[in-house]
Design a protein around this ligand. Sequence first.
Ligand code: NAD
Ligand code: TYD
Length: 357
Amino acid sequence: MEYKKRIIITGGAGFIGSHVVRRFVNNYPMYHIINLDKLTYAGNLANLKDIEDKPNYTFVKADICDFPKIMELMKTYQVDGIIHLAAESHVDRSIKDPFTFAQTNVLGTLSLLQAAKNYWESLSERYEGKRFYHISTDEVYGALDFDDTLFTESTKYDPHSPYSASKASSDHFVRAFHDTYGMPTIVTNCSNNYGPYQFPEKLIPLFINNIRHRKPLPVYGKGENVRDWLFVEDHARAIDTIFHHGKVAETYNIGGFNEWKNIDIIKVLIKTTDRLLGRPEGADDDLITFVTDRKGHDLRYAIDSTKLKKELGWEPSLQFEEGIEKTVQWYLDNQEWMDNVTSGDYQKYYEEMYQNR
Ligand code: NAD
Ligand code: TYD
C-alpha cells in the first residue's frame, strides 16, 4: 500500500508515546507509523498490545543516539514526519545520573535532527511536506512562586534540574535547526501528564499501587509543591492537532488549567482508591509519610495554554475528578500490567514477541 505519510514516533513504548502511537495507528490507517524505541526500563511493548498487529504499524528497536541507524531508517521508511518523545523523563533519576539525560535528551535529539536534515535535504522536494515535532515539558521554564502568573510561550527558559536542563537544551537545538537550515520544526511544552500505562516511579501510579498494597506513601517535603495535571489522552489529542495544524517554527504550551498541591492530590488518590476497593473512608490515611525533600524541588508549575485554544481550538476534555477516577480504576483493573512492571517481567515481552518474527 502507498501510504500518505510515513511517520517515526520516538519513545512510542513509553507512557505518553504509547497513547500517541495508538491514536495515530487507529485514526490514520493511511499513515505508516514507525515506533522507534530503545526499550529502556521505561519502554514497555505491552502498552501497545492492542495495536501491534495493525498493518500500518511497525516497531523498530533502536537508540536515537545511533546516528547511522537513524539515517538508515529515514531512508528505508522514506520518513516525512518525526514526532519525538523518546527521552529520559524522571527528575529523581536525573539528579542521580545527569550524564544519561544529556546523552539521550540532548545528543539523541541532535542525532535525530541531523539524520532528518541529511535525508530531507537529499530529496528533490527537500523540506516540503516534512515536519519535525519535538515534545517537551513545562519544566524548562523553571519554578513559579504561589502568586506568579502562569508560564506562557514567551516565559524565559530557567531550568533547575538536570532533567529540565537537558530538555531545555534539546528544545534550543530543535529551534536552531529551523533557524539555521529551515527545517520545519514545532516544539510543545506540556504540563504533568497522568493516566494509564505510566511507569510507577512517577507520583500517581506509584501511589495508587502503594495504597493498594498498603505501603507507605513517600511525600517529599511538606507536600506543598504544585503541579498542573493533564490527562494523557488529552495530550495525545493535542499532539495530533498540532502535528496536523500547528504553524512551523511555533511553540505551543499544553496544560490542563488544573493546579493541585501534591498533598491534596494524594488525599484524592487515597479516597478514590479506597472507595473503589471497597475499603472504609480514611482506612489508608496513615500511609502518608513525609520524607526528605527532593534536591532543588521546583515549587510550582502552571501552564497557560490559551494560545493553543485560540489558534487551534484545543482544550482539555476531562475534569480532573473524572480523569483520576478513570486512572485509579485502570490501575486496579490492570494489576497484571503493574505486577509485570514492578517485577521486571515486562522486559521479556520484546524477546518473546519480536525476536522470533
Ligand atoms: P517515559 O519515560 O514513559 O518514556 C520514554 C520512552 O523513551 C521509553 O519508551 C524509552 O524506552 C524511550 N527511550 C529512552 N531513551 C531512548 C533512546 N536513547 N532511544 C530510543 N528510545 C528511548 O516518558 P513519558 O513520560 O512518556 O514522556 C515522553 C516525552 O514527553 C518526554 O520527552 C518527556 O520529556 C515529555 N513530557 C512528559 C511529561 C510527563 O508528565 N510524563 C510532561 C511533559 C512532557
Ligand atoms: P513526578 O511524578 O516525579 O513528576 P515531576 O517531578 O516531573 O513533576 O512528581 C510529581 C510531584 O510529586 C513532584 O512535586 C514530586 C512529588 N513526589 C513525591 O512527593 N513523592 C514521590 O515519591 C514522587 C515520585 C514524587
